[in-house]
Unconditional design. Sequence first.
Length: 240
Amino acid sequence: MRSHSGGQSAPGSAHAEGDPAASPQSAIEIATITRHIPTERHNIGMQLTHFGHSCLLASISDTTVLFDPGNFSHGFEGITGLSAILITHQHPDHADTARLPALIDANPQAALYADPQTAAQLGAPWKAVHPGDEFRIGSLNVRGTGGRHAVIHPEIPVIDNISYLLGDDEHPARLMHPGDALFVPGEPVDVLATPAAAPWMKISEAVDYLRAVAPSRAVPIHQASSSRMRAGSTTGGWPR
């Protein structure tokens, strides 16, 4: 465990689990946790910083990507030097439209990608990513997969959700962020950001998903669902 480094400013990144300096509120929601993860299948490391819930900062080689800066995540606001911002879907716990403009202003060089519905809502310069799309961000190849959000309830319309695979010429799936879906890519994944709790998922399904993808390593995300429901909080809307 170590604080984030490498050119980006990450407020609070020195707070580790159990740090008495951290807020007494849910550590799952507000703690900024950074890990350097050596992959097992290939001799390359990546640095992951978790800003709570589904917001993950991934630094691989010379490329730094921020996933899902939503309203249940904290600490990403001061980041600079981003190569790209990737959003999986439109729910506010994955895309905080109140804080996105300042983040984009601080990172004018960052490429902006989202699922088709979110890209349409946010407008230019956001680019829509469809299942099967491939593009380059810095030294990384990025692929859009999946396409649909997991079913929350039969009466709730299913929205777009893009799962992202990040890799390079040596290995196309060094990191996978599925968003709110249990999409199995059918290929070896080094590091999986795996949903840990959600209204659309049973614990047994989370276990089955982890076994199905069988990554070298897994990093839990989407934990704010359980903590907020236990607290009975509806601030900012229920996580979905």
